[in-house]
Design a protein around this ligand. Sequence first.
Ligand code: HEC
Ligand code: HEC
Ligand code: HEC
Ligand code: HEC
Length: 342
Amino acid sequence: MCRTRVMAVLWLFGLSVGAVVLRTGLASSITYADRLATPVLLGQDLINRDPAQVVGPDACAECHENEHQVWMGTAHRTSAQTLTRNAEAKRIAAAIGVRRIKTDERCATCHFTIQKIEDKRPKSISGVSCESCHSAAASWVEPHSRFGHNAATADDETLLHRTARLSNCDSLGMIRPARLYELGAACYSCHSIADQELIQTAGHPNGEQFEFASWTQGDIRHNFVRAGSDENPRSAPERVRVMFLVGAALRLEYACRAVTDGAPTDAITNAVANLGAIDEVVDIDAVSQLIEIGRGVEGAAVAAEAIEHVREIGMLIAENQIGADAAQLDPLIPASRTREGQ
Ligand code: HEC
Ligand code: HEC
Ligand code: HEC
Ligand code: HEC
């Protein structure tokens, strides 16, 4: 992104990203120059779902058997198998003139994984799957699991190789668990539903209940590689807290986007109120700044810069793990989302 534009955005809000880092008082390896080099693509999701680059969940299963097993039982996979026969889905589709749920973009982009092989027509190959969240994998699937010389395993990998491998995967678009804001943005790209015709005319759920931290820790949780075991534990409380703050920033970002697309402005009011409740229990500058931006756009036309700025702050929260030690957040974090618990 061009430097003058970034400076103008910062000037506009009267604060600098560098100051956010300084005032949180956390030692950070992320420099101001790094921030400027991070592509923030307005109006575009960070996730790549190009059907021509989708390899499909079976390609992951050979090495990630545990993760695949968990995923098989989630609503992401199972509900898509019956969606075309589901009476409610048929009613929603009919209400907006969609005839083929499985192929029409107005449903398929969120309910299915679409793959295109060579010059054949794009096809829905499964429900929401690995690459819906981790990004289309054709370019990164091979390098993410190459650990040195041909026979090297993850245990043999040198630190130097690991650093180079991960940064290569990032540049190829892989969304790793470490890239929390991008991972959460993948969820929001489907769970924030901006199409007003879909909600108002067809009565599709509006997605307002979604919450990033608790919805990752229930039914969809798969935590094997990182935990180094088959137990699939919840993520550590420190990580869940950061996810909770990242989620609150994402909620504001996607509310701003939805309002730009014609959603009622309540979405922003609610996202600000959600941040307000957090601000009552913690003293974190990034949170106050998000509230300030949210208040600035409530009821007004949402400036593109506001969306961009929310995203910058959200990414800083993720990268600096802001809120990790704030145990006072725990009572605010909803129970892990499971089908049984609903
Ligand atoms: C050839 C085996 C292999 C295949 C195929 C494979 N993976 Fe992996 N993957 C691994 C290994 C091994 C690791 C652990 C790396 C480590 O310890 O850092 C890993 C790690 C990961 C991680 C965690 C990375 C991190 O930073 O913690 C994600 C996410 C992931 N894989 C997703 C996928 C997806 C999605 C697919 C299918 C598109 C896939 N993998 C296919 C072997 C594979
Ligand atoms: C922007 C993404 C998006 C689009 C587009 C979309 N959906 Fe959904 N849909 C979702 C999400 C996310 C949920 C789950 C909402 C929740 O639980 O908060 C959902 C839920 C549903 C449900 C309820 C499922 C259940 O198990 O109760 C039905 C039915 C449905 N969608 C049908 C459709 C149909 C038909 C279309 C196309 C006309 C469509 N959706 C388009 C994202 C989308
Ligand atoms: C490609 C679109 C897409 C992405 C990406 C996505 N979801 Fe979903 N999700 C859906 C749809 C559609 C449903 C509704 C399935 C149904 O019941 O028909 C759903 C349902 C769910 C459910 C179960 C329904 C419920 O009400 O409890 C959970 C939990 C969930 N998503 C969590 C997440 C999380 C967390 C992320 C990100 C890490 C995420 N999803 C990413 C589309 C998506
Ligand atoms: C709905 C979004 C979503 C889908 C679908 C999804 N993941 Fe993940 N994945 C995540 C999230 C979120 C995390 C980090 C969760 C956390 O930190 O608690 C993660 C973490 C991981 C990890 C690192 C943790 C571990 O298990 O070792 C791997 C590997 C992984 N995913 C592979 C896969 C594979 C393979 C699939 C498909 C079979 C898949 N994921 C499907 C969202 C998703």
